[in-house]
Design a protein around this ligand. Structure first.
Ligand SMILES: Cc1cc2nc3c(=O)[nH]c(=O)nc-3n(C[C@H](O)[C@H](O)[C@H](O)COP(=O)(O)OP(=O)(O)OC[C@H]3O[C@@H](n4cnc5c(N)ncnc54)[C@H](O)[C@@H]3O)c2cc1C
Length: 589
């Protein structure tokens, strides 16, 4: 498809999405993290009308943005628990899911290292547990064998659990592609939709309805008849759905409380990281863990799927679910603990630090239940939630559409000991979309192409000849493609998560102005309205020098000596979505 056709399709999606806020849905998924994303991926196979409601400006903004990216083999969780069953199943599914969604995946294997007899005993317990959980190919190895596999490991390491099925993925890439795929098959994605109240059918007070646009203070026929839910956002928008799936991560307890379920509590557990430059990339190949303690798996060292070294995370319970600050004490802890693994930790190569908050539930396991008719919790999905997400999606498919249409999911439901079905009979029709395919169209990653392929692509699409991010070698063509496909990039960080522009050594010092200009042109907004991550996170407040307009502004106004590309961009902009779409969260709104 040509870029113009792509733009038209993209614009069409955005325009049709404008109406979505007052529509009725079969299924509303609250939370656009990896769990909500994998649910949407599986549920989009069916003719049901699905919406994802996300409080942030983009998908993957919670735990699914800031984690270790490890696909755990599954030796850690208690046998028989949901964590164990879904981790092992998810890990088995992950490679194929990533292939289908064109998400990077590397099976690098995991080593859990120990330092003496007590750790050796704990590793033997882990080995046994892993076997009970059905993890393949686990073995205990000596310190020497561990060092033969990982040359930089300290002489102090005396033993290790070797788990060759461990792997790495990029968690936000997986989330975005799962949601994008679901959107390609008709799922709506409403961003900046912070769910603030949920009313059940009998008490529904929806004031707006696609079928009856006038204001109504009484329950309407649809919600009464279908026993659905009316879901309200903090900004006043409302949607209605027959079934609600609570995938709100850290806030899942607050969402459950909106329907009167106060049976669990989520505590934010802070994890701080150091990210090192790719030049430190040969520090490790396997994922290295320390033998776990009561507070979790301890710190790890891993080469991410994109080639950086990631060190951390710490583990500390805090109160504020929004506090993602990085602390000096946390980074010191990372440095001290990592020095157990390696004699020299190249912290001078750190390019950034970040914090992720785990959604730690108080039930000792993932919370998957139905506290109210047609309302399902997928809560307390802390680690190994990323690893488990494909299996959670499959499980949800069986729970909603039944064992006949989803036998593999039904097998998981039975192993997990969940009541079947979890929704009221007849709420959904299990009719599949004939056209649904698990695969997503391949994307161009310019830096991975051969010289010949690069030249051929540039000859066809000149925007691929303009490198915007020098550290990660990201071209304008890739950025434009990500603004035009589902879910579209609407801000600087969204471009960064999709293309890696700004992820490199300079951390967007060089490319941010260019990315700003591309976003402003494509979305048809002034530069001063481009944000880092939605809300009030504006990059520019106004002109500080000179009275003339910038090249970008001139180009938008049509007064500059335009390059062909600038003209193309402006033409696209003229056709592109109305400004309200940008303000309203973009696609599918
Ligand atoms: C530090 C850390 C390290 C981890 N490492 C690993 C690992 O290596 N391997 C692994 O398997 N797992 C790991 N995990 C766990 C994994 O990240 C999570 O299990 C997984 O991301 C959970 O996904 P989720 O979709 O449930 O939650 P989230 O990604 O948090 O998504 C929930 C979404 O709901 C949205 N939301 C919340 N409230 C509302 C509302 N009121 N209205 C609308 N939307 C709302 C949020 O904005 C968010 O986007 C780690 C987690 C952390 C924090």
């Amino acid at each position: 498809m040509s870029s113009k056709e792509q733009t038209e399709q993209h614009v069409g999606q955005k325009r049709s999405a404008q109406a979505a806020e007052t529509q009725n849905y079969d299924i509303a998924i609250i939370g656009g993290g990896v769990v909500g994303g994998m649910l949407a991926y599986h549920l989009a196979k069916y003719r049901s009308h699905v919406v994802i409601l996300e409080k942030e400006h983009d998908a993957a903004m919670g735990q699914s943005k800031a984690n270790s990216g490890i696909v755990h083999a599954g030796y850690d969780p208690r046998p028989g628990s949901l964590k164990a069953i879904l981790n092992v199943a998810g890990s088995e599914m992950m490679e194929e899911v990533c292939r289908n969604l064109a998400v990077k995946y590397r099976r690098n294997g995991t080593l859990v290292v120990g330092f003496g007899e007590e750790d050796q005993k704990n590793l033997e317990i882990l080995l046994e547990r892993g076997k009970q959980n059905g993890v393949r190919a686990l073995s205990l190895i000596s310190g020497q064998e561990a060092r033969a596999a990982e040359k930089n490991l300290s002489e102090r390491v005396t033993c290790a659990l070797n788990a060759p099925t461990g792997a790495v993925v990029c968690p936000y890439e997986l989330t975005l592609r799962a949601i994008g795929h679901a959107m390609d098959y008709g799922t709506d994605f409403l961003t900046d939709f912070a769910v603030s109240a949920i009313h059940s059918g009998t008490e529904a007070v929806c004031k707006k309805s696609a079928s009856a646009p006038s204001e109504m203070d009484e329950p309407d026929a649809w919600s009464e008849a279908e026993n659905g839910y009316c879901i309200e956002a903090a900004d006043g928008r409302q949607v209605r759905a027959k079934i609600v799936l609570n995938c709100a991560g850290l806030f899942a307890d607050e969402i459950a409380a909106m329907v009167g379920d106060t049976s669990f509590h989520i505590t934010p557990r802070r994890g701080e990281y150091q990210l090192l430059d790719k030049e430190a990339g040969d520090l490790v190949t396997h994922t290295i863990f320390r033998t776990p303690t009561r507070m979790g798996k301890g710190v790890l060292a891993v080469r991410t799927v994109d080639g950086n070294i990631l060190l951390g995370p710490t583990s500390e319970d805090i109160e504020d679910k929004r506090n993602t600050a990085v602390t000096a004490a946390g980074l010191e802890t990372v440095a001290v603990k990592e020095s157990e693994f390696f004699d020299h930790v190249p912290l001078q190569m750190a390019i950034t630090q970040f914090t992720g908050l785990r959604a730690h539930g108080d039930q000792g396991d993932f919370i998957i239940n139905s506290p109210r008719p047609n309302f399902l919790n997928f809560a307390g999905i802390e680690s190994p939630g990323l690893s488990s997400a494909p299996a959670i999606g499959l499980l949800a498919e069986a729970l909603l559409f039944g064992e006949t249409v989803c036998p593999s999911g039904a097998a998981l439901v039975k192993r997990a000991g969940l009541a079947f079905p979890l929704i009221e009979a007849g709420t959904l029709a299990p009719a599949r979309k004939e056209e649904w395919k698990p695969q997503q169209t391949e994307r161009v990653s310019f830096r991975e192409l051969s010289l010949e392929e690069k030249n051929a692509l540039i000859a066809k699409e000149p925007a691929y000849g303009r490198v915007i991010c020098r550290c990660e070698e990201v071209t304008e063509g890739e950025i434009l493609a990500e603004i035009r496909r589902n879910p579209p990039a609407k801000d600087i960080d969204a471009v960064k998560r999709r293309t890696r522009a700004g992820m490199g050594r300079c951390q967007s010092g060089f490319c941010m102005p260019a990315v700003c200009e591309i976003l402003a042109k494509e979305w048809g907004v002034p530069l001063t309205e481009v944000t880092k991550k939605g809300g009030g996170s504006y990059i520019l407040t106004g002109r500080t020098k000179g009275a003339g307009a910038s090249e970008a502004e001139k180009s938008l106004a049509g007064t500059a000596d335009e390059s062909e590309q600038a003209r193309e961009l402006r033409a696209d902009k003229a056709e592109s979505m109305p400004r309200e779409a940008y303000e309203n969260g973009g696609a599918k709104q």
